[in-house]
Ligand binder design. Structure first.
Ligand code: 1GP
Length: 273
């Protein structure tokens, strides 16, 4: 069943063309600093806040970070767990994710089996997600024991992404790894977009508005950034980046609307046979 957070994300994607999500790694922030950061994010156009990281190990600290953010923002807080220790009862939803190119069954389905009862108990909304590590893969690739898909092999990203869709997942995430030197290349995003009907998330190494624009133009529905907000002095770039996603998203929406119009006209003038 589709819950309220997913409905909200879908609506914003439908209206805006593409949306931005901010990732906060609890290991990188103190509870005190989270408060002002969350207040700033509430003022921005970011659509939701993801909380998690490859090395999250203190559920106590995670709980405090999520609670602090919750006090400051109205937008949803979505957990991005690396393990069962990444589950907090104070969030709204959780990426219920399987790392599709892991060689370790634990990251494919083991952690999910252990975590599912907590998701139920805490009444978190599960968002079913196929997580695919590409390129350098970063810490997520190492921790998750993934065989990253090289940027030169978009066809392999498609096979993984299609498997996610056919397994009933409603989101696919192409992850270059936090701090990747190059974001997921447009050719790989375009190939996935063309093959998929489900929501496409792209993240890792996106650090300026130009890169964000390219990612949206290639077909991402959701763009995730993490590092940029944690870096001192990057405030202007963050605001520009979120604006760039809104502008590119609007262009995308207009293109879709034009195409729908043309198709509707063409169908309505089709001669009766
Ligand atoms: C990592 O895709 C996210 O999981 C965000 O990456 O920190 O490089 O923005 P960055």
């Amino acid at each position: 069943m589709i819950g309220s957070v997913e409905k909200y994300l879908r609506k914003r994607i439908r209206v805006e063309g593409a949306i931005h999500l901010t990732l906060i790694d609890p290991e990188e922030v103190s509870v005190a600093s989270t408060s002002s950061l969350a207040r700033e994010l509430a003022e921005s156009e970011t659509a939701a806040i993801m909380v998690g990281g490859s090395t999250t190990n203190s559920t106590f600290h995670l709980d405090n970070v999520v609670r602090t953010i919750k006090r400051e923002v109205q937008i949803p807080i979505i957990l991005f767990p690396n393990n069962v220790t990444g589950i907090s009862q104070h969030a709204d939803a959780i990426w219920f994710m399987s790392l599709l190119n892991s060689v370790d069954p634990y990251f494919l389905v083991g952690a999910q089996i252990l975590g599912a009862p907590l998701v139920k108990k805490y009444n978190l909304e599960p968002l079913p997600l196929g997580y695919i590590i590409v390129g350098e893969g970063g810490a997520a690739g190492i921790v998750g024991r993934a065989i990253p898909i090289p940027y030169t092999k978009p066809e392999l990203a498609i096979t993984h992404a299609l498997a996610a869709q056919y397994l009933g997942m409603r989101f696919v995430y192409l992850e270059a790894g936090s701090g990747a030197s190059q974001p997921v290349p447009p050719a790989m995003i375009r190939a996935a977009r063309d093959a998929l009907d489900i929501i496409l998330i792209v993240g890792g190494g996106i650090r300026d508005s130009e890169q964000a624009r390219t990612v949206v133009a290639a077909g991402a529905d959701i763009v995730v950034t993490g590092n940029i907000i944690e870096k001192a002095g990057s405030e202007r770039e963050f605001v520009n980046l979120v604006d760039a996603i809104r502008q590119s998203g609007a262009t995308k929406s207009q293109r879709i609307a034009r195409l729908q119009n043309c198709r509707n006209k063409a169908l309505s003038t089709k001669p009766l046979t």
